[in-house]
Structures are given as structure tokens and as C-alpha cells.
Design a binder for this molecule. Structure first.
Ligand SMILES: Cc1cc2nc3c(=O)[nH]c(=O)nc-3n(C[C@H](O)[C@H](O)[C@H](O)COP(=O)(O)OP(=O)(O)OC[C@H]3O[C@@H](n4cnc5c(N)ncnc54)[C@H](O)[C@@H]3O)c2cc1C
Length: 462
């Protein structure tokens, strides 16, 4: 494209959402992607055997389905909502469940814990749009007379450990641990309670959907909006400087270290310093499975769940996540398992299944976690290993090689920390002269919701 108005570097969900918003607003948009395929963390590939289609990175989309950006753009995907958002099996053969409504979730807990769950989550579910708008669109200032805001302030600014202390039963406490562990932080850290509240409230309100055909449909749909509105997307082009684009506004869907190099001539000195101080969070180790049949879960909730949290009690999960933050490899890691093909037959040949599992590891770790992940799956689904036809593994350095935004295998755009939740007077998106940051290191952070890109494009249009 000759003389674009806007150049977007990187075609992850944030880069493509930014590009789509700019293109719809009438700008001439050029997207440049280093890899041969678009999508970044939203790609779907045959990693194991022919006919088995795996979500290489993002799989389950609680934040995607409520994303104000996707809603406004009219993202054209087919959301599939499993009847249980997430299950959490325990060693006694039972499982706690995050059902797609408050009542069933409360009923699956003890009578007392069910009452506490209702008291905390029902107001959040009733006011979900407002909460989502606050947290995803970066309008975090709470309104003290709003009940949902008061709950988010009281419990959300505190740790997951504090939130779990409201409950007495193992099931409810474990459920909170699994929800909070998506933060990739120690569960006694401030604001991890807020992660559990948001994940739980979205699950109770609309479920945790996956996408028919795979997460790649997100990037395909966003790319279609870009090109239908006159934009162009070029793959196989790694951008190392902005010299050629002096006259264009630039949005960087890049990790801070790469954004600092690519955007150095336009970046504010203060942002160069703060990007220099940026630190990645832990990495991930992932296994994709081609399975001969459904996973033989021991409990009766997990077969109906899109996501299964494997790690046992609150205390076990808290210890596993703390070990990772301290640079260790837990013997019993917290494992996130997704079973998309149980709900989406396009993912596997008839009768067969896919499995998607990962755990957190220290940043940059090349330790093979296969046996530890599989021991956790076997613990709650005895006989699982006999269903495995093929496995594909990727360690933290492998993820960085696959997508340079995953520094040391960090998939969340940086270490979890209080600073990421404090509203700032100055926009966090404008980082220089017609230069904007839009990747997962900007608010609201990691996830395939596109809201970093949506907000950054909003800043660029102002
Ligand atoms: C194993 C795993 C599981 C996950 N599970 C989920 C999940 O279930 N749900 C969820 O919501 N999220 C999940 N995520 C997180 C989600 O994928 C990311 O948070 C999201 O993709 C971030 O989007 P982004 O646009 O900021 O960056 P990315 O998706 O990382 O995209 C960045 C793009 O920029 C390109 N790029 C980098 N450098 C350059 C350059 N110099 N020039 C040109 N292009 C460049 C990259 O190739 C890439 O395509 C998961 C991630 C992983 C790895």
C-alpha cells in the first residue's frame, strides 16, 4: 500500500482489533505481520494428526465474548458455550463447578458456601456490562453507591486467599484458586481476588465459550473487517524500524522490549525508560493431544465443562503457583485443560477428541513438564494415557520462537502487579509522536479480547 495513514505492527487479536477500528473509521490501514500466518495468539493448527485441529494458544474466551470492542465491530464468529464454564475436580471423586448461572454454581457448593457465593456473585452478574466496561475499557474508577462496584472494591482489590477465606468448603475454595490462578501470580497477591471475581462473574453470566472452527476464526473475522474497509495485511514481514512510515500513525502490537527497538526514534523518553524496566511473567509448557475418545473424568461435572482446572485444593494450587513465581517447577503443577472437540465436532475426526493442556513454569524454562501434567490429568481421569493417540509439546522458549511477543514464554504481556490495575491520568497507549502501544502489556492485559487494541485505536483517533 502506498502511503498508509496508519501502520499496525503485529497481527495478534489486539493488532487486528486496532486495525479494524481504524479502518472502519476511514483510515488507510496497513498491517505488517512477521510470521507467515496472521493471528499471533489466535491461530488454529493441525499439530498432531491429520483432521485434529488445535488452538495453538488461546482456546476459551470469557473476555472475548463480552469484549465491547468485538461487539461494536460485529465480530463474525460462532460462539459455542459448554453447559459448565469450568469444573474443578477433587480427590474424593466430586467436582466443584462454575456453571453458567449463579444458582447451579451455588447449589453445587455447601449450603453455607452457596449463600456466600450468591451474595458475592449475584450483584456482579446483574451488573456485568458495567463491570466489563470498567475493567476492559479502562474506566476503573469505582462508584461507591453501586453494589457491584463495592464488591469489586472490597473483595477484588484483595488477594484470592482473602476471597477464599469467605468460604469454608474445599470445593468453593478450590474453585476460587483455579479462577485466580489465571492471573499467573501468587494467590496471596493483591488484586488476584479481582481476577477470580471477574472470571467467575462472566462464567455465571454468559459462560466461557470456545469458537466453532477454532480461535483462528477471531483473527479471520477481524482481518475481513480490515480488508473490507480498504485495509491491507502483509505477512512474512518483520518490522525492525519505522523509517519508511514517517507520515503514518503507528500502533505496535509488540512486547515492550521489541516495541522499544522498533519505535525508538518516535518514543517518549519516559516510555523508553519504563519499557526498559518492564519484566516478563512466568512462561508456559503446553501439550496438545489427539485422543481416541473422550477423557474418562472420574467426576460427573467435568464431561460437561469446556475448561477443567486440575490442581486439587486451594492450598495445593497456591503452593504450585508460588513455586513457579519463585523459579521452581512444582511436582504437582496447576494444569488448565480444555476439551473443545467435545462441543465442536469440527475439531477432530468422528468419535475422536482433542485435548489442550498447559501449566505455568519459570520464565524461559526448558524443563519438560509432560509427565507432571499427565500425572495431574490421570489423578482426576484414571486411564487418560490410554486414550492418547499423539501428543505435541511446546516449552517456554518454543513459545517465544513461535511468537516473539511471548518473551521467555510469558503469554500475559508481563508480570502480574498492582501497577497494572491503577488508573492513570495519562493514556497508557500513546507512547510517542503518533506512536501507540496496543499489545497485551497495555490495559486490560493478556487474553484474546482485543481490548488493548480497541482502546489504543480510540486513543489514536482522539
Ligand atoms: C498456551 C496459551 C494459552 C492461552 N490461552 C488463552 C485463552 O484460553 N483465552 C484467552 O483469552 N487468551 C489465551 N492466551 C493469551 C492470548 O493468546 C494472548 O494474550 C493474546 O494473543 C495477546 O494478543 P496480542 O495481540 O497482544 O499479541 P499476540 O497475539 O502475541 O500477537 C502479536 C503478533 O505480533 C507479531 N510480531 C511480533 N514482532 C513483530 C515484528 N517485529 N514485526 C511484525 N510482526 C511482529 C507476532 O508474530 C504476532 O503475530 C493464551 C496464550 C497461550 C500461548
Amino acid at each position: 500500500m502506498e502511503s498508509p495513514d496508519v501502520v499496525v505492527v503485529g497481527s495478534g487479536p489486539n493488532g487486528l482489533t486496532a486495525a479494524a477500528r481504524m479502518a472502519v473509521a476511514g483510515r488507510r490501514v496497513l498491517v505488517l505481520e512477521a510470521e507467515t500466518a496472521i493471528g499471533g495468539g489466535t491461530r488454529t493448527e493441525e499439530l498432531t494428526l491429520p483432521g485434529f485441529r488445535h488452538d495453538t494458544c488461546s482456546a476459551i474466551h470469557p473476555f472475548g465474548v463480552v469484549s465491547p470492542g468485538y461487539r461494536t465491530l460485529g465480530l463474525d464468529v460462532d460462539w459455542i458455550t459448554p453447559p459448565v464454564a469450568a469444573s474443578h475436580p477433587l480427590d474424593d471423586g466430586r467436582a466443584a463447578g462454575l456453571f453458567n448461572n449463579v444458582d447451579e454454581t451455588a447449589q453445587s457448593l455447601s449450603e453455607r458456601d452457596g449463600r456466600v457465593w450468591r451474595r458475592i456473585f449475584a450483584p456482579l452478574v446483574a451488573d456485568l456490562d458495567q463491570i466489563v466496561d470498567k475493567f476492559l475499557a479502562e474506566r476503573i474508577i469505582p462508584n461507591p453507591i453501586n453494589k457491584a462496584d463495592r464488591i469489586m472494591t472490597l473483595h477484588g482489590a484483595r488477594s484470592a486467599a482473602a476471597l477464599a477465606s469467605r468460604f469454608e468448603g474445599e470445593g468453593a475454595r478450590a474453585l476460587i484458586a483455579g479462577l485466580a490462578a489465571h492471573s499467573v501470580a501468587k494467590l496471596d497477591s493483591l488484586f488476584t481476588g479481582g481476577v477470580a471475581l471477574l472470571m467467575g462473574a462472566i462464567g455465571n453470566a454468559v459462560g466461557w465459550p470456545l469458537i466453532r472452527g477454532g480461535s483462528a476464526r477471531i483473527s479471520d473475522s477481524l482481518a475481513a473487517i480490515v480488508t473490507e474497509n480498504g485495509g491491507e495485511i502483509v505477512t512474512g514481514q518483520r518490522v525492525t524500524s519505522l523509517d519508511r512510515y514517517d507520515h503514518a500513525s503507528v500502533l505496535l502490537d509488540l512486547s515492550p522490549p521489541e516495541a522499544r527497538v522498533v519505535g525508538r526514534l518516535r518514543m517518549n523518553p519516559t516510555d523508553i525508560v519504563s519499557y526498559g524496566r518492564w519484566r516478563p511473567g512466568p512462561g508456559v509448557f503446553k501439550i496438545d493431544y489427539a485422543l481416541d475418545r473422550p477423557v474418562p473424568w472420574a467426576d460427573d461435572v467435568s464431561p460437561r465443562a469446556g475448561t477443567v482446572h486440575l490442581g486439587g485444593t486451594f492450598e495445593e494450587i497456591a503452593a504450585a503457583e508460588a513455586a513457579v513465581i519463585e523459579g521452581k517447577h512444582p511436582d504437582r503443577p496447576f494444569v488448565l485443560f480444555a476439551q473443545q472437540s467435545d462441543f465442536d465436532p469440527t475439531r477432530a475426526p468422528e468419535g475422536k477428541r482433542t485435548g489442550w493442556a498447559y501449566c505455568h513454569v519459570p520464565n524461559g524454562s526448558d524443563v519438560d513438564m509432560t509427565s507432571r501434567i499427565e500425572a495431574q490429568i490421570e489423578r482426576f481421569a484414571p486411564g487418560f494415557s490410554e486414550t492418547v493417540l499423539q501428543r505435541f509439546t511446546r516449552d517456554a522458549p518454543g513459545f517465544e520462537a513461535y511468537n516473539s511477543n511471548y518473551v521467555g514464554g510469558d503469554i500475559g504481556g508481563g508480570a502480574f502487579g498492582v501497577r497494572r490495575f491503577i488508573p492513570k491520568v495519562k493514556s497508557r497507549y500513546k507512547v510517542g509522536d503518533r506512536l501507540f502501544a496496543c499489545s497485551a502489556n497495555t490495559p486490560p492485559g493478556g487474553g484474546a479480547h482485543g481490548m488493548c487494541g480497541w482502546n489504543a485505536a480510540g486513543a489514536a483517533l482522539r
